[in-house]
Design a protein around this ligand. Sequence first.
Ligand code: IMP
Length: 192
Amino acid sequence: MIQSDIKEVLITEEEIAAKVKELAAELSRDYRGKHPVLVGVLNGAFVFLADLMRHLDIPCTIDFVSWSSYGKDTSSSGVFRIMKDLETNVESKHVLIVEDIIDTGLTLHYLLDNIRSRKPASVKVVALLDKPSRRRIEAKADYLGFQIPDAFVVGYGLDFAQRYRSLPYIAILKPDIYAGKDTPPDELEGME
Ligand code: IMP
């Protein structure tokens, strides 16, 4: 039972569902007539993107990117390897980046730079979670679900060592789950 690894549920399934609907209503208003391209950041954002787009009442298309940092040292200088690039030409289009969580901010900061260089009509960010106390570089969501404290969380697409993505809520794991792992959770940025 993966549920027995949970120490605490931080955000319930119902709270997430209500927030996703709220964000979708706001986005539907702001993007009316704009046909945005939703860009999901793999792997963590796939659940959030799937729920969000089902509540949008405007036409949109989707695409995904997957970025991986080269490791702890190089991630702090923002060196990323693009594992999967956009398939859409976003020039002159309205791009909405869909992120699961903003932690150090490095992924989003450099992804925004990268997307802007493709000359979209606009680029904005919707993120489900934000841990502002962990920021190492400027990065901000235009639309945000929840601010959370500095804790490593799992569920609703977010993983620890590729596990727990299927949980329908956002939770903190019991400390002994992290114990004995080579990579402590606070060094996992970029390891999606
Ligand atoms: P960044 O540190 O803002 O670049 O975040 C990079 C990625 O690290 C996020 O997109 C998440 O996939 C992952 N991440 C950061 N914090 C957490 C967490 O608390 N749980 C699970 N994944 C996380």
